[in-house]
Design a protein around this ligand. Structure first.
Ligand SMILES: *[C@@H]1O[C@H](CO)[C@@H](O)[C@H](O)[C@H]1NC(C)=O
Ligand SMILES: *[C@@H]1O[C@H](CO)[C@@H](O)[C@H](O)[C@H]1NC(C)=O
Ligand SMILES: *[C@@H]1O[C@H](CO)[C@@H](O)[C@H](O)[C@H]1NC(C)=O
Ligand SMILES: *[C@@H]1O[C@H](CO)[C@@H](O)[C@H](O)[C@H]1NC(C)=O
Ligand SMILES: *[C@@H]1O[C@H](CO)[C@@H](O)[C@H](O)[C@H]1NC(C)=O
Ligand SMILES: *[C@@H]1O[C@H](CO)[C@@H](O)[C@H](O)[C@H]1NC(C)=O
Ligand SMILES: *[C@@H]1O[C@H](CO)[C@@H](O)[C@H](O)[C@H]1NC(C)=O
Ligand SMILES: *[C@@H]1O[C@H](CO)[C@@H](O)[C@H](O)[C@H]1NC(C)=O
Length: 805
């Protein structure tokens, strides 16, 4: 353990050595610049998370040899980068060789990073929950109309009696990927998409059979399958008898010999339904044998293997074809077209759902169809256990916290883009995570690698997923959302942790009225209503609610009165999906002492009485697409209303012309974020009063022309972002007084032609992000500002690899 500790402690500096070497080399050697820049962005992106991990000594939880390997890789990497600087420009072959090595380094780094960081938190929790995990009985396979295939040495996987549609293109594309250089090809998609079916189709394809002949091995894999078992079965399937292997090494030698000698020529091993835990198993199959390929199917994404085919859901036409086949066989269609359409749309293009739902309705009277549509998900999840099981197996494999996080995604209405920062605010409060730590990022990436959510990064260079205010989004497939709702609804309604109410029309669910007098123990409440809603909420006791989400579509919305009884409320998210900014009637919030975060989306403040909510502990307020108007004008009591406000975000507020100077009374503000306010002309001169401000982000405010001189008074400011403020043409010379400034992002400030000389006073400046045109200016300051790095993000160097997570 002691050695391990040392190893862990050594990681940080070794990482930094490589980091600096890369930056240095990228400046010096043009030949390797593109790949070095890519490496740089990778490292820049992982650095903050990495630092956290080192700080928290999380790394110590890793086996020592893994840590050692990582350190060794970083050291070798540094040596490699140093060598690159010395390569003479005429040595083309050397350059080629080094480029390849750098490419490998970058890939390895990503991979290790994922192993170390992404997997780490989750594994820790897993260790605790191992008992629970063992109980989980995974339902294997994706398509239950194929009887579970035992081990087959040859590819006699019958798929002939199975009706499939929409597989021609995927089949072709996977075949093409198999022909390419990569040894491992992965098919990745959520459960129920038909990955196994596709893999079997590949095995049965005439062209593939022509290439691989009898050397196609289809191996269903589960959590408990060991590498030795698989090798044994592969070898046995050809009639070769082998004893139990004593070690993995022995198995490897046998397999290698088997592939070279017993089954020479092209070989295809298909590993079906590989779980994230089995990544090492794939590794072991990778052997240096020509014409030997591995095809795997998984619900997960393995960034290590770059050839990943993401199987898409069926398009409308194919979905209809499959559904008609399941529901009517060859008989006539006896239900109305609009009912049919609705039913198919509800299945969301999932082949499995289409088949199951179709079959269950086969021959049923039209009336039953109509009833089923109305309670579509309820009936699907309760009447057809197989569908539920297959989908749920993805969820059961999640450990405790990650599962909760997955369930939380369903709090947002169907099809809504979920802001990464809003999600973070919720998780920080619910799961007691550190706001600036790696926790929320890790959780998000985990959900992404499991195909349970999509991640959309708004722009490249986003060093920290959450630093750019509201720029990044998460989306979730409807079916997975419905499943989350189903899973959240197992307990009696007044005992559910999450209460999710999607109200169509004007009907408040009966249980609210029936349980009127009872107390609910829900911790999270999400209520979505549409245009038709106009009811008055009954009085309900919800004292345990900590997080409240209200979604509506209305011009005027009355926040339910029962909010007053939510004495534990910490987070409110109010989202209007109407066609104009909504007026809000707020009940008394004054006594909600624990309220920390408010997010308001598309709300008009004209009618909002600002004297009302005195929120002593409010830490953060976000206003997205709001009409702020003169709401803050003459508001002299802001400091007493929100004495502890630390963060304010104003995003996409199109009527914000002048930032109200009243906000500058909030002297405890630590972060101010104003993004995409296209009408904003000026910042108040009093902004210098915010002496505790650490981050000032003014991004994409395209009419803003200057920063007030008093910015120089922001002695605590560590981050200044004025990126994409294209009209700013003169940075105040008082910028030189920002003695704490570490990061300055001025990318896309195309109006600037000069930087005041005073920036040379910025002794703590570490990173400048700017365009190529400005790079030259900053370089002249590098002799004054000692640790300065200049980052010039290029369009092609984006974080595409992050999307892979
Ligand atoms: C896992 O697969 C093996 C065969 O490879 C099988 O014997 C075992 O029962 C399976 N376990 C589970 C949990 O499905
Ligand atoms: C659920 O689906 C399976 C497979 O399509 C089918 O065999 C079974 O009868 C269905 N069960 C119900 C209750 O609809
Ligand atoms: C918002 O409204 C649009 C059209 O008005 C609708 O298509 C969409 O589904 C609504 N979104 C949510 C989340 O309610
Ligand atoms: C939350 O975390 C902090 C530090 O991480 C800890 O001191 C505190 O006790 C935790 N609170 C709860 C309620 O778990
Ligand atoms: C992610 O996006 C892709 C393409 O838009 C879509 O096919 C897929 O179903 C989405 N996955 C989830 C989990 O939402
Ligand atoms: C703020 O005060 C000024 C001067 O007293 C007055 O002219 C203006 O109308 C007030 N604005 C609002 C929104 O009350
Ligand atoms: C800013 O500070 C100055 C000097 O202390 C004070 O006169 C001014 O009123 C403050 N401005 C705001 C908006 O609080
Ligand atoms: C920039 O603004 C300062 C005052 O804030 C002014 O003195 C200076 O002349 C301006 N520089 C340019 C190039 O406009």
């Amino acid at each position: 353990m002691a050695v391990c500790l040392v190893a862990g402690a050594a990681l940080g500096p070794v990482f930094d050595f490589l980091y600096h070497a890369v930056i240095n080399a990228a400046q010096k050697v043009a030949a390797f610049r593109p790949i070095l820049n890519k490496l740089k962005v990778t490292m820049f992106t992982i650095k903050p998370i990495f630092n956290d991990i080192v700080k928290l000594n999380k790394v110590l939880q890793r086996p020592q040899e893994e840590t050692d390997k990582f350190i060794d890789m970083l050291r070798q990497g540094e040596k490699l980068v140093q060598k690159c600087i010395k390569v003479k420009y005429w040595k083309f072959w050397k350059k080629h060789e080094y480029k390849k090595k750098l490419d490998n380094l970058q890939e390895e780094l990503q991979w290790f990073f994922q192993i170390f960081v992404q997997a780490d938190t989750c594994r820790e929790i897993k260790r605790v929950r191992v008992g629970v995990d063992e109980l989980i009985d995974l339902v294997k396979g994706d398509c239950m109309n194929i009887s579970p295939v035992g081990f087959t040495g040859f590819c006699n996987l019958s798929t002939s009696n199975e009706f499939v549609v929409g597989f021609e293109v995927p089949l072709q594309e996977v075949k093409e990927m198999l022909v390419k250089d990569d040894q491992v090809v992965a098919i990745s998609a959520p459960g129920g998409c038909g990955k196994t079916t596709l893999a079997k189709r590949v095995c049965n394809d005439d062209k593939i059979k022509g290439i691989y002949k009898d050397n196609i091995f289809f191996v269903p894999v589960n959590k408990t399958t060991t590498w030795r078992e698989i090798v044994q079965k592969i070898v046995k399937s050809k009639g070769v008898n082998v004893p139990q292997f004593q070690s993995d090494d022995e198995a490897r030698i046998v397999l290698e010999n088997f592939l070279k000698v017993t089954c020479p020529g092209p070989t295809l091993v298909v590993l079906d339904d590989v779980q994230s835990e089995s990544e090492s198993l794939i590794e072991k199959f990778v052997l240096p044998i020509p014409e030997y390929k591995i095809l795997l199917t998984s619900r997960f994404i393995f960034p290590r293997f770059s050839s990943t085919y993401k199987l898409k859901l069926l398009n409308d036409e194919d979905a209809m074809t499959l559904f008609l086949h399941s529901a009517f066989k060859d008989r006539t269609i006896y239900v109305q077209d609009n009912i049919l359409q609705k039913m198919v749309r509800s299945c969301g293009g999932f082949p499995l759902a289409l088949t199951v739902v179709g079959r269950s309705l086969c021959g049923r009277p039209e009336l039953e169809w109509v009833e089923r549509i109305q309670k579509f998900w309820e009936s699907i999840f309760t009447t057809n256990i197989s569908l539920l099981h297959i989908l749920q197996s993805s969820i059961d494999a999640l450990d405790g916290q990650l599962k909760e996080c997955y369930l939380d995604l369903a709090l947002f209405p169907k099809g809504q883009k979920i802001s990464a920062t809003t999600l973070r605010d919720i998780w920080v409060e619910l799961y007691n995570l550190s706001e600036d730590g790696a926790g929320p990022v890790t959780l998000l990436f985990e959900l992404y690698t499991r195909n349970l959510a999509n991640l959309t990064l708004a722009r490249e260079g986003a060093a920290d997923l959450f630093d750019n205010c509201n720029d990044h989004f998460i989306t979730q497939h409807d079916l997975l959302r419905e499943l989350a709702i189903h899973l959240s609804s197992k307990e009696p309604v007044n005992q559910r942790k999450r209460l999710i109410m999607d109200i169509n029309g004007n009907e408040i669910p009966n249980y609210w009225i029936d349980l009127n007098q009872q107390t609910f123990s829900s911790q999270i409440l999400s209520i979505s209503t549409d245009k038709m809603f106009s009811s008055v909420w009954p009085d309900i006791q919800l004292p345990a609610v900590e997080v409240l989400l209200l979604n509506f579509d209305a011009e005027t919305y009355s926040v339910p009165e029962f909010i007053e009884g939510m004495r534990n409320l910490k987070v409110i998210v109010i989202t209007n999906n109407g066609s104009c900014a909504a007026k809000l009637n707020m009940p008394q919030l004054d006594h909600l002492e624990g309220l920390k975060t408010i997010t308001l989306d598309y709300i008009s403040f004209f009618s909002f009485d600002w004297s009302m909510p005195n929120l002593r502990n409010l830490k953060k307020i976000s206003m997205v697409a709001c009409k702020i108007g003169e709401a803050f004008e003459n508001c002299t009591h802001l400091p007493s209303m929100w004495p502890n406000l630390m963060e304010i975000n104003i995003d996409h507020c199109q009527d914000l012309v002048r930032l109200p100077s009243e906000l500058c009374q909030l002297v405890h503000l630590k972060k101010m974020c104003i993004t995409y306010c296209q009408e904003l002309l000026e910042l108040p001169e009093d902004i210098g009063n915010l002496t505790e401000l650490q981050a000032l982000r003014i991004h994409s405010c395209t009419r803003l022309q200057e920063l007030p001189g008093s910015v120089g008074d922001l002695k605590s400011l560590t981050t200044l972002d004025i990126s994409d403020c294209a009209l700013i043409d003169n940075i105040t010379e008082r910028i030189g007084e920002l003695c704490s400034l570490r990061v300055f992002n001025m990318r896309g400030c195309t109006g600037l032609i000069d930087i005041p000389l005073e920036v040379k006073e910025l002794a703590n400046l570490e990173l400048v992000i700017c365009d190529q045109e400005m790079e030259y200016f900053w370089k002249t300051f590098t002799s004054h500002v000692r640790h300065l790095r200049i980052d010039v993000p290029k369009e092609d160097v984006n974080l595409r690899w992050l999307h892979k997570f």
